[in-house]
Each structure stands twice: as C-alpha cells, then as structure tokens.
Design a protein around this ligand. Sequence first.
Ligand code: NI
Length: 173
Amino acid sequence: MPLLRIVHYPEPVLLTVGKPVSGDDFGSDLARTVDDMFETMYAAGGVGLAAPQVGLSQRFFVMDVPDEEGKADKLTFINPEIIRVEGEQTGDEGCLSFPGLYQTVRRDMRVIVKALDVAGKEFELDLEGLAARCVLHETDHCDGIVFLDRMTILKREMAKRKIKRLQKTGKWE
Ligand code: NI
C-alpha cells in the first residue's frame, strides 16, 4: 500500500477547519484511507495523524498511543468532540507536519472525548496523560489549529525562527 504524503506547515489545509464526515462518507473508501493513514503514521514514527495532515480537509484522525506494556492501541476518531477536560500537563510535543520541531506545550491532563469509529458507531473515551495530549493535538488539526498556536508567544517566535532556518537549508518542504 502506498504511503500518503504528509503535508508540512504552512500548507493552507493545515490551517483550515475540516469538514465533518457525513453518513455518506462511511464505507470502503474511508476505511482504506484510515488504513493508509495508520501505515503512514507508523512509517513516520508518529502516535497520531489527522486527515488535514495528508491533505484531506476533514474531521478525523488516527492514533496509537501504546499502553504501559507497549501494546498497540489503534483508535480512529471520526468527528471528534471534546466533552470535558480536567487538570493540566506540560510537556514536549512534536508534529509530523513540523519535522524536527519539538516544543513545550501546555495541555489538559484528562479528556473525555466522543467520536465515531470507522464503522460509524459512536464511542466515548476517558483518557489521561499522553493519550489525552494526543487527542487534543489531533482534534486541533481537525479544527485547523496547529500546535504552534498552543505555544506561549515566546516559544512560538522561537519555533517560527527555527522553521525559517530549516526552510532555508532545504530540510523543510
Ligand atoms: Ni500534529
């Protein structure tokens, strides 16, 4: 299966609110796209990948944050909705659309999220720590928000300067 091309900031699709997935969109094409996204995410060494990152302006993402035993936990979130948040965490974050850029981002510690799976069935999850961070980061992608927008002004300016440097050296396309 061919890997999908991951688009890099500042591609406009990353800064555009994704369209909700409608009932007609469910089916084999969507299932195939989800499979391709998992493969693309694993190949790139990521734990989450949202549709806009592969050029699709739609509200869904895939994620696999392994549990404590390192067991895979493949999840697909279609039309994700953050129901409730609690607490706070601060930690380094990366993004496959920002190659080589890691920056401290403050996020909620716990989220309750509602979404549809690839079969169109609704589910709700209560997640903490890295999984919560990932859900928030990927749901942001669905809303045209990138992690740059979640940094403090100082960190954002530093990050933008680093991106410019990487662009000049051809390490960012
Ligand atoms: Ni990202």
